[in-house]
Design a protein around this ligand. Structure first.
Ligand code: GDP
Ligand code: GDP
Length: 437
C-alpha cells in the first residue's frame, strides 16, 4: 500500500518546519533505535489513526531576484500541487492574511487538490479569534494550531486523513515485480532502463500507469512480468522547481512507495553523496527490497582491490542496509547487465518470503539457548512465541513477558540469527515486540 504524500506549503517563518517535526515526532520515537538512518529534514513518515503518510516540508526552495519570497512560495505550491495527495496550507495567525497568502491561496484553489488550511501560532485560547479572518482564503474552516505547544494538531490531522485517496493500489497483479530506479541525475538510470528493456522497449513503448501521471514500462522476461515504475528520465520541463532537491526527492519517494524492489543507482565514477543516502534511507524505512547498482563501471580505473574498496565504501555509508546486494555494471557496454534481473527476482522473492511459525520458533529458541537475553535490574526478557505476521517487508512479532526488556543490541542479535537461518537478502526485516505472557 503506497503511503499518501502530505506537503506543507506556506511563507517562511509561519512554522512549517516546527509542525513538520511534530507530525513525524511519534514516528521518530519508534525508529530512533535504527542506527545510520539519516534524520534529514527533507521528508518524514507520520502516523495518525492507523494511517501512515509521508510528509514533506516544501519550504526552502530559494529563488533569487525581485519578489523572491513570493516566487519561492509559488514554486512550493506548484510542487505540492503536482506531487502531493493532500496539501497543508500554513499561515501565521499572528501576522494575519498577507498578500502572499492570498496569491498562494488562489493557486491552490484552482488546482482542485485537497487543501487543509492551518493557522499556526494560535498559542492560547485568546488567540482563537485570530483564525476568523482566514475564512476569506476560501478553504472552509481554518484549523487553529500551535507548533509551540503542539495543540490543534489532532484535529488538523483528522481532517488531513479524510482526504487521503481511498485506494492507492495500482492495477498490476500481485505476480508483477515493480522496480524503481532511483539516483541522482546522470548516474545512468535511463540508459540502464533502455539496456534492460532492449528491443522490447519498442514493443511495449511507454504505457500510462494507473496512478496519476506516472509513466510505467511493463515488460516480461522468461515468463516473469515486471514493471519499471515512473522511469527516471522523466522530468517536468520548464517548471520552476524542476532542479530543486525537494522535487527529486519527492519523485523518488513516490516511485519508492509504488515499488517492490528499489535499484539505488550510483555513479561508479563519482562515488556516493549525501542525497544518495536520503533516498536509500527512505527505501529502507518504507520497507522495500533494495539493490545497489554501481553503474559506469566501464570507465572506472580498476585494480584487483577496486571492487572490494567500493563495496566497503557502500557498506560504510549505508550502515543500516547491509542486507542489500551490490552489483557493478555498465549500462553502456552492457557488462554484467544480464545479472540485474536475476538479482531483482531473488530479492523480490526474499521480500515476499514467509517462514513457517514452528521453524521460526526453533531458530529463536536456539538463539536464546546460545546467548540468553541479559537481565535488566534483575529481570530477564522471556520470549514466549514468535510468528511472522506479514511480508513485503517480512514482519516478525516476538511475544514477550515485557517489551521494555528488549534492547536494541539483543534485537540485532536475533535479527542476525534470523538472517543467518533464512537469508532475507535484499530486504529490511521488521521485528516487533508485543507483551504476552
Ligand atoms: P518555517 O520557516 O515556516 O519552517 O517556520 P519555522 O518552523 O522555522 O518557525 C519560524 C518561527 O516561528 C520560529 O522562531 C518558531 O519557533 C516560531 N513558531 C513556530 N510555531 C510557533 C507557534 O505555534 N507559536 C509561536 N509563537 N511561534 C511559533
Ligand atoms: P539519468 O539522468 O540517471 O537517467 O542518466 P542517463 O541515462 O541519461 O545517463 C547520463 C549520461 O551517462 C549519458 O551521457 C549516458 O550516455 C552516460 N552513461 C550512462 N550509463 C553509462 C555507463 O555505464 N558507462 C558510461 N561510460 N556512461 C554511461
Amino acid at each position: 500500500m503506497a503511503r499518501p504524500i502530505v506537503a506543507i506549503v506556506g511563507r517562511p517563518n509561519v512554522g512549517k518546519s516546527t509542525i513538520f517535526n511534530r507530525m513525524i515526532g511519534d514516528r521518530l520515537a519508534i525508529v530512533e533505535d535504527m542506527p545510520g538512518v539519516t534524520r534529514d529534514r527533507l521528508y518524514g513518515i507520520g502516523e495518525w489513526l492507523n494511517h501512515q503518510f509521508s510528509v514533506i516540508d516544501t519550504g526552502g526552495i530559494e529563488i533569487d531576484g525581485d519578489d523572491a519570497i513570493l516566487k519561492s512560495v509559488r514554486a512550493q505550491a506548484e510542487l505540492a500541487i503536482d506531487e502531493a495527495d493532500v496539501i497543508v496550507f500554513m499561515v501565521d495567525g499572528k501576522a494575519g492574511v498577507t498578500a502572499a497568502d492570498q496569491e498562494v491561496a488562489e493557486l491552490l484553489f484552482r488546482s482542485k487538490k485537497p487543501v487543509v488550511l492551518a493557522v499556526n501560532k494560535i498559542d492560547n485560547i485568546k488567540r482563537q479569534d485570530d483564525i476568523y479572518e482566514f475564512y476569506s482564503l476560501g478553504f472552509g474552516t481554518p484549523f487553529g494550531i500551535s507548533g509551540a505547544h503542539g495543540t490543534g494538531l489532532g484535529d488538523l490531522l483528522d481532517e488531513v486523513v479524510q482526504h487521503f485517496p481511498a485506494d492507492t493500489e495500482d492495477d498490476y497483479g500481485d505476480e508483477v515485480i515493480r522496480v524503481a530506479l532511483i539516483g541522482r541525475p546522470n548516474v545512468g538510470k535511463s540508459s540502464l532502463v533502455n539496456t534492460v528493456l532492449g528491443e522490447e522497449r519498442v514493443i511495449v513503448s511507454d504505457v500510462a500507469g494507473t496512478t496519476r501521471d506516472a509513466i510505467d514500462s511493463p515488460f516480461e522476461r522468461d515468463g516473469q512480468p515486471y514493471v519499471i515504475i515512473d522511469t527516471a528520465g522523466m522530468r517536468k520541463r520548464g517548471k520552476v522547481y524542476e532542479n530543486t532537491e525537494k522535487y527529486s526527492v519527492m519523485r523518488a519517494m513516490k516511485a519508492i512507495e509504488r515499488a517492490d524492489v528499489v535499484l539505488i543507482v550510483i555513479n561508479g565514477e563519482e562515488g556516493i553523496i549525501e542525497q544518495d543516502k536520503h533516498v536509500a534511507g527512505y527505501a529502507h524505512e518504507a520497507g522495500k527490497a533494495s539493490v545497489f547498482v554501481v553503474n559506469k563501471w566501464d570507465v572506472v580505473e580498476k585494480d584487483e582491490k577496486t571492487m572490494q574498496n567500493f563495496t566497503q565504501k557502500i557498506r560504510d555509508h549505508f550502515l543500516f542496509m547491509t542486507y542489500a546486494p551490490i552489483l557493478f555494471l555498465s549500462a553502456k557496454t552492457k557488462q554484467r547487465v544480464h545479472k540485474l534481473l536475476p538479482v531483482v527476482n531473488h530479492v523480490a522473492e526474499q521480500h515476499a518470503m514467509r517462514i513457517p511459525t514452528h521453524v521460526l520458533n526453533d531458530v529463536i529458541s536456539d538463539a536464546v539457548a546460545i546467548n540468553p537475553p541479559p537481565t535488566d535490574k534483575g529481570r530477564r526478557l522471556r520470549i514466549n512465541y514468535v510468528t511472522q505476521v506479514s511480508v513485503k517487508p517480512p514482519t516478525i512479532v516476538l511475544f514477550v513477558n515485557d517489551p521494555e526488556l528488549m534492547h536494541f543490541s539483543y534485537e540485532r542479535y536475533l535479527e542476525n540469527k534470523i538472517r543467518g537461518a533464512f537469508g532475507f537478502e535484499g530486504t529490511p526485516l521488521r521485528i516487533l515486540t508485543r507483551k504476552k505472557s
